[in-house]
Design a protein around this ligand. Structure first.
Ligand code: IMP
Ligand code: MG
Length: 180
């Protein structure tokens, strides 16, 4: 798998030490609130597992599964929710966890959808945020790392469902990505 990378972008130790800071910030902000974490699968799996173990607060956890890609590297704009029922979030403070903020389509659609379930508040936490103009404006309240507009894999992030199990984040070789 490592041969398919142009380079390693963020080492495992760097990710984990950044999660210490993110978790500390979240603990400070949510210590007197009823926290419901909603993780967006599959990309946020590693991030969720490592982050939540650093948050010693009472919380409930739900997962959402969405599809916005069709095998390439560009989001289609159409976001499909894979489950019928939304988690029960009435009057709860929601923290959405996702792997990466790219065009913004996915998180904008998720925030809109969850808003219809009448939560008390919604905040967004992403491991990565690409520095680029977004198709949809989404404000991430907590960001692990700002990265350039390159296609990255590992630590949960995939290309065609591969590479999620790499323990670090790397830039995928451009010759492996078909021209759009
Ligand atoms: P958005 O809707 O364009 O913001 O894209 C969000 C989703 O696209 C993320 O949750 C990822 O699943 C996927 N994605 C966007 N950029 C990357 C990347 O560089 N590597 C892997 N997946 C990505
Ligand atoms: Mg993906």
């Amino acid at each position: 798998m490592q041969d398919d990378l142009d380079r390693i972008l963020i080492h495992e130790t760097t990710i984990l030490s950044r999660l210490d800071n993110l978790a500390a910030q979240i603990v400070k902000d949510y210590k007197d609130r009823e926290l419901t974490v909603i993780a967006v699968l599959n990309g946020s799996l590693m991030f969720m597992a490592d982050l939540l173990r650093r948050i010693p607060l009472p919380l409930t956890l739900d997962c959402l599964s969405v599809a916005s890609y069709h095998g390439g590297t560009e989001t289609s704009g159409e976001v499909i929710f894979k489950q019928v029922a939304l988690p029960d979030v009435v009057d709860r403070h929601i923290l959405i966890l996702d792997d990466i903020l790219d065009s913004g389509h996915t998180l904008a659609a998720i925030c809109e959808k969850l808003q219809t379930a009448n939560p008390r508040s919604i905040r967004v936490c992403v491991l990565l945020s690409k520095k680029k103009r977004r198709a949809r404006e989404v404000d991430a309240d907590y960001v692990g790392f700002e990265i350039e507009d390159e296609f990255v894999v590992g630590y949960g992030l995939d290309f065609r469902e591969q590479y999620r199990n790499l323990p670090y984040i790397g830039v995928l070789r451009k010759d492996l990505i078909p021209e759009a």
